[in-house]
Design a protein. Sequence first.
Length: 58
Amino acid sequence: MASKTLNTRQKQVFQVPQQKPRNTAALALRGKPGGADGKGSGAQRAALKRLLKRGENQ
């Protein structure tokens, strides 16, 4: 009769599934505070036009 002790049987090995690699750039940006969006290009143009008109009258 064959020996069936733990020493001769193949032991099961449990492997932990690998985690997905993390995006380090995105993790760094998560810590930064958000802010309001800047003015649009149309608003910037209008502000410059107002400044030019105000400068001509003085």
